[in-house]
Design a protein around this ligand. Structure first.
Ligand code: PLP
Length: 379
């Protein structure tokens, strides 16, 4: 039976060019990049070359890029790294953040900013959550469940206004903007100065790179308290022998995704809109969760009234269609999704929604098969 994969938001297959770029650092070029001899120095060069590649995509200096073991770690480094230094301050996060932002935020005074019923941050409510004790605002660039894209530049502009007001009042507390861009990297602009962010999280597993790879951008001058202490690698922020193959793979994946970004976005947008139209014709009572326009080109989150999403996903799986009932980003959860709750869905509707996410391997034929099989299963 042919498999039709629709869960690219959970995991992407590794690009063969990425694997080829990593190969030497998993085999012949195994040396510790901190060692003194020439062979090791070449490995160090490869690591620094990867850093430069990432920094070019982000429009930063190489020294502002820290390699991590994925998005969860980068989010923790950002949130805990800042908040631990300001015990009396608060952190503002959106209600639909990934758990790797929400959970560390809860260790501190976390203020939760709501989103609209379409899953877009409510700017007026966000402004109300920010007070003179806020030191960090963390708003994800694109959501991993409903694919909504947040107005990061607008938020950055507002924070600049708050900083200026603070300065006038003599409040010396800094105010940083962090964004989790794990789901955005394939499709959206990652240039940090255009976005206006101070910190940004990326991971390799969503961009056809290796799992447990990623990076945190930290604007020069921002001090983070390290979570892992030891030999002082990554400028003291992340001790431990560097995962050179992972960093090289991550950089190659980011570079490749940047190259195909525009074409893939256009192609997937067409496939997505076409699939939504097909679904509407075949099952007219469905609803699309999230925003019609401000959403990732590869994401369809659909509410099929009265269906049991877990059962539906299993039935589709038996017929070769792979999609998601919830977010695979949390290892196991019986609870209805906090994202769907945040946009106002009842528990019942949340448990009747499925996530369909497409990627480089998705064809028009796959989407037609999905629409047909879904209709057959729902009959
Ligand atoms: C938006 C978002 N942030 C963070 C993560 C966590 O990344 P990782 O699995 O690389 O730790 C994920 C996915 O898993 C994600 O979708």
């Amino acid at each position: 039976m042919k498999q039709h994969y629709f869960d690219y938001a959970a995991s992407t297959p590794m690009d063969t060019d990425v694997l080829a770029a990593m190969q030497p650092y998993l085999t012949t070029q195994f040396y510790n990049p901190s060692a003194e001899y020439l062979a090791a120095k070449e490995v160090r060069q490869a690591l620094e070359h990867a850093r430069t590649t990432v920094s070019r995509v982000l429009g930063t200096r190489p020294s502002e890029v820290y390699f991590t073991a994925g998005g969860t770690e980068a989010n923790n480094m950002a949130l805990q790294g800042i908040m631990r230094q300001y015990p009396d301050a608060n952190v503002v996060v959106s209600a639909i953040e990934h758990s790797s932002v929400l959970e560390p935020a809860k260790l501190f005074d976390a203020q939760i900013a709501p989103v609209s019923s379409k899953g877009i941050i409510d700017l007026a409510a966000l402004e109300k959550r920010i007070d003179e004790k806020t030191v960090l605002v963390s708003i994800m660039y694109a959501n991993n469940e409903i694919g909504t894209v947040q107005p990061i530049r607008k938020i950055a502009n507002f924070l600049q206004f708050v900083r200026e007001e603070r300065r006038k009042k003599g409040n010396k507390l800094p105010l940083f903007l962090h964004t989790d861009a794990c789901q955005a990297a394939n499709y959206l602009d990652l240039h940090v100065s255009r976005l206006g962010v101070d910190l940004m999280t990326l991971n390799g597993s969503k961009i056809y790179g290796p799992k447990q790879s990623g990076a945190l951008y930290v604007r020069a001058g921002i001090v983070l308290q390290p979570l892992v202490l030891g030999g002082g690698q990554e400028h003291g922020l992340r001790s431990g022998t560097e995962n050179v193959a992972g960093a090289v793979g991550f950089a190659a994946a980011l570079q490749k995704t940047e190259k195909v970004k525009r074409d893939e976005s256009d192609r997937l947008k067409q496939l997505r809109d076409n699939l939504i139209s097909q679904l509407w014709v075949l099952t007219p009572n469905i609803k699309i969760n999230g925003h019609e326009k401000l959403r990732l080109p590869n994401n369809i989150h659909v509410l099929i009234p009265d269906c049991d999403n877990e059962r539906l996903v299993m039935e589709l799986d038996e017929r070769g269609i792979i999609c998601a009932a919830g977010s695979a980003c949390s290892a196991s959860s019986e609870e209805p999704s906090h994202v769907l709750k945040a946009i106002g869905l009842s528990d019942k509707d949340a448990q009747s929604s499925i996530r369909i996410t497409m990627g480089r391997g998705t064809t028009l034929k796959d989407t037609k098969t999905l629409a047909e099989v879904l209709t057959e299963v729902l009959q």
